[in-house]
Ligand binder design. Structure first.
Ligand code: SF4
Ligand code: SF4
Length: 175
């Protein structure tokens, strides 16, 4: 699997192919894509050590809902307003961490792991259904998460001949 350090460069290398894959997947059976991606999610996350990687915690700011905020504030012994003032910012009506890397990231991993935000538990969303409705998100996360990068590369192989045919047929559009 590609290391977190190589991800940005490798993602740039396959950027156009990924955009074409995104377009190709839109026409596939949604349940089939879910099954393929969910199975790879199970297999690959069993092999990856997220503590060693932590790339998502370094590069993206998680969004927090009100339940997350109440749970984490209580865990830290902060009032909700203290917690918001210290760690969060509000943008477009949503609360998120102020900074990257996340202030709760330590060399041993997440220091609030048991009460971490729901979005952190679900990231990179490859274990969820309706992948086809979130393809932009999937392709975008390949720059951040080595598992997503690997899933996307494998999808190109799984759909091999059909994907290549689609690429040839739509080539003028992508130039
Ligand atoms: S709360 Fe924990 S899991 Fe979520 S981004 Fe911060 S360190 Fe990572
Ligand atoms: S979810 Fe992906 S980016 Fe985040 S720590 Fe695990 S492998 Fe790395």
């Amino acid at each position: 699997m590609v290391s977190p350090e190589q991800l940005e460069k490798e993602s740039q290398r396959v950027e156009m192919d990924n955009l074409i894959l995104r377009s190709f997947l839109k026409s596939r059976d949604s349940d089939e894509v879910d099954r393929l991606v969910n199975n790879m999610h199970e297999e690959l996350f069993a092999q990856v050590d997220c503590i060693l990687c932590s790339n998502c915690c370094k590069k993206i700011v998680p969004v927090l809902n009100e339940k997350d905020i109440a749970r984490i504030s209580k865990f830290l012994g902060f009032s909700i307003s203290q917690f918001k003032k210290t760690y969060l910012r509000k943008h477009a009506g949503k609360w998120s961490m102020k900074n990257t890397p996340c202030p709760f990231l330590t060399p041993e991993g997440c220091s609030i792991y048991d009460v971490r935000p729901e979005t952190c538990k679900e990231y990179p969303y490859t274990g969820k259904k309706e992948i086809v409705s979130r393809l932009f998100n999937l392709i975008d996360n390949c720059k951040i998460c080595p598992v997503v990068f690997e899933i996307i590369q494998r999808l190109k192989v799984i759909y091999g001949r059909e994907f290549q045919k689609y690429k040839r047929a739509t080539a003028p559009y992508w130039r």
